[in-house]
Design a protein around this ligand. Structure first.
Ligand SMILES: [Zn+2]
Length: 264
């Protein structure tokens, strides 16, 4: 049984490089059925690497996986990470491919992780923008219950019970602009136990193996269980654009984006 992975980014989301040790390196066909089910979107010839600790964000809570590279200490990376998924028992599977067929990792080997910085920053901005849209909605329409959040590029949106219309767009836009302008800090704290706070979204990703719950708060104005990565303050999101408000089966979707995009 491979031990669980320590998710270093939960306490320090600023790290883009980390030295740790390999726990396992396996070709995908040798994984358990449960592990294989997490690798459906990657080619079967890829490998899965687990390590003692990780700075790679694993896809979940509406936020995409980090990408990057792993390599032996003091050498160029030999393994390209294209997807990271977390197993229910807390192991992080880093899916990807060796750049040369002769490369491999062995258990216990020290390796250096490198996370793609521009992608991580972009994902963190999109995710934090979702919190800001959520806080704006909470301040403007406290009775509207959030049902879903998606912080993926080009799909980012927050969904609410009840009906919202185009006339709400400028009001929400004005409130998110204000929250960005106020430059509020994003505060991370840990609560003992699986405390029910906020709307419960992200509670699973935010729960640690010792039963604590990670809470993200914008300037102390809201409290949401969350395991995602954030920028340090609201101004670092850039501009938030409320793109579109749509309705389906009694649920309203507030689609948003951040500017500049990933190229900046
Ligand atoms: Zn969050």
């Amino acid at each position: 049984m491979v031990p669980r992975t320590e998710a270093v980014y939960l306490n320090d989301a600023t790290l883009r490089t980390l030295t740790t040790e390999v726990l396992s390196s396996q070709p995908i066909p040798s994984l358990s059925e449960e592990e294989k089910s997490l690798a459906k979107s990657v080619p079967a010839e890829y490998n899965a690497i687990t390590m003692h600790r990780t700075i790679f964000y694993a896809q979940g809570g509406g936020q995409p996986s980090d990408t990057g590279a792993i390599g032996p200490v003091d050498q160029d990376p030999t393994f390209e990470v294209s997807l990271v998924r977390k197993t229910p028992d807390g192991r992080f599977l880093h899916f990807g491919k060796f750049l040369h067929a002769a490369s491999s990792f062995v258990a216990g080997q020290p390796v250096v992780q490198k996370v793609d910085d521009s992608k991580r920053n972009y994902h963190s901005r999109l995710h934090t923008a979702g919190h800001i849209v959520g806080l704006a909605m909470q301040l403007l329409m406290p009775d509207k219950k959030k049902v879903k959040a998606n912080h993926f590029p080009r799909e980012a949106s927050m969904e609410y019970e009840g009906l919202l219309y185009n006339e709400h767009k400028p009001i929400i836009q004005e409130k998110v602009d204000e929250l960005v302008r106020l430059d509020l800090p994003i505060l991370i704290s840990w609560l003992q136990g699986a405390t029910q706070v906020g709307d419960g979204e992200g509670a699973e990703e935010g729960r640690s193996h010792d039963g604590r719950t990670r809470i993200a708060s914008i300037g102390g104005l809201d409290h949401n269980p969350c395991g995602g990565t954030h920028v340090a303050k609201t101004s670092l999101v850039g501009s938030i654009i409320i793109r579109k408000i749509s309705r389906q089966k009694g649920i309203s979707r507030v689609a948003y984006d951040v500017s500049p995009g990933i190229e900046a």
